[in-house]
Design a protein around this ligand. Sequence first.
Ligand code: PMP
Length: 317
Amino acid sequence: MANHAAHSNFMPYAYFDGRIVPFEDAKVSVATLALQYGISVFGGVRGYLSHDQKVINIFRLRDHMTRLSRSASLLKIAMPADVDGLAQMMVELTRRNAPATDTYFRPFAYKSDLSLGPSLGHPGAGFAIYMLPLGGYFGEGDSLKLMVSSWVRVTDNAIPARGKIGGAYINSSIAKDEAVINGYDDALMLNAAGKVGEASAANLFIVRDGVLITSPVTADILEGITRRTIFQLAKDLGIPVLEREIDRSEIYISDELFLCGTGAQISPVGSVDQRPIGDPKRPITAKLSRLFFEAVRGQRPEYADWLTPVEIPVGAR
Ligand code: PMP
């Protein structure tokens, strides 16, 4: 039988069923409701290794755990702890895995009953966290090539769009696949109203005449934590921000365009549908990006509140 884990670089320990176990032991039955119907919610969190390699700074941990809990409540998935308790589990697992690299965390809550029928009424709930090293999400290129997808972003009346819901990622997968087989890096998805939504796993900002513009949270987008981070950084840099609907044609004439997300961080976009984006120097993206990476790496004391420092115990590696 294929052992898929053997091909990946997951860290040795996972949190599973209330305790820390070897990653290989964090397993579910094939009949699990979450696996059959996608009734699960997840988070994606980054931890950045400090320059002296002694500390992992987890970025906006409480905010991620809050969104995860809210996503879980949309699907009536019981969580094993409150936001502080969940954050504590992330910290404990970090100490145990003692990463020597920048790290990605995947907390995951799901309907664990072995049962037939897609219903939210089943009480069983599982919770897991696993970790892996992660650098850039999109590879090394200077900027991304996007296509406007022929697939429409999930609409909130079909699957709650603001929740980070496992089953909803069929939508992302199918759009990303179309983009990649056509030679693009990612898909830009319009929502059911035909307005700009987001990319397959990242929110999106455009710049027009010096103003940063992003779709509102009512545009069937995930309520991104990096998106909120950009609002604060832009405010501090004196860059005006507008949260309003975006038309497809505005994308083509934008001066700058970037994706943002935990994975994507800040990723400049060079073209959409093979139309180059206006200003190749990208001055606003560059300014935001510089401040963003200083903040996440703990080089900006004014943003220290966003970081949960976890000291790696001496001799743990
Ligand atoms: N949209 C989607 C569909 C995503 O999967 C992500 C990644 N979590 C984002 C946006 C960005 O959200 P965040 O900044 O919270 O990572």
